[in-house]
Design a protein around this ligand. Sequence first.
Ligand code: ADP
Length: 259
Amino acid sequence: CKRVIIKVGTSTIMYPNGTVNLQRLDKLAFVLSDLRNQGKEVILVSSGAVGVGLHRLKLRQSPRSIPEQQAVASVGQSELMSLYSTFFFNYGQIIGQVLMTRDIVVFPESRLNAINTFEQLLKQKVIPIVNENDTVAVDELDHATKFGDNDKLSAIVAEITQADLLIMLSDIDGFYDCNPNEDNQANLFHEINCITPELFSLAGGVGSKFGTGGMVSKLKAADHVLKHSGKMVLANGANPTDIFKIIAGGEIGTLFVPE
Ligand code: ADP
């Protein structure tokens, strides 16, 4: 396993009270920098711009209009990158910001440009930190189309970079046969080989106040990964050092792998 994409949800990097979980960010930077030192190629897809922006602008909840949301995301994105910069710097790791739009799916030339950028960054031992370009792409914010949340974005990044593994970190241990926050009898799936309509019927909506995709969008991402012969692990982001165990093949979370 040489090339790894790690996707973190807002719930992984922020406390429920809306402040940034600095400990989590620090540990994440430590783990990813260490993986880089081991010779792995690492790409981070990070949500959280809106959450961090709300906090920075002292807003209690997401504003209604799209331009207002975009302004929040703009403030939050630079604030978030500044935090990542500080933590990664402590571990001697250079990062690069990559903001994407759906162009990479629609236009082959944009796709190739994105691939070239990733290849060059990885060659220079940089860890790219990816997010959707919220100024241009409003889909994620107003849910106008099902395309465009960061779960899907991370699956597309995994596809175009031909990553060996996508690790999707959330606030839950994996995919269950029902929402474990609503039913304590829920059973964890350890391995899933194909995404069926039955699985979608077990997936509920968003868990936290900052969650955007919910399990449906995670299953869609897994479907995309499996269709491109990739592997994905959905796991809890509470302990970023679990990433070491996941890469070593430890039984953590739900593994989505073609048969
Ligand atoms: P993130 O912000 O990490 O992307 P989301 O809130 O979008 O996370 O999705 C995770 C949430 O999905 C969990 O906290 C849980 O409440 C909810 N959920 C709904 N159905 C399921 C299921 N079948 N298995 C696991 N989690 C589920």
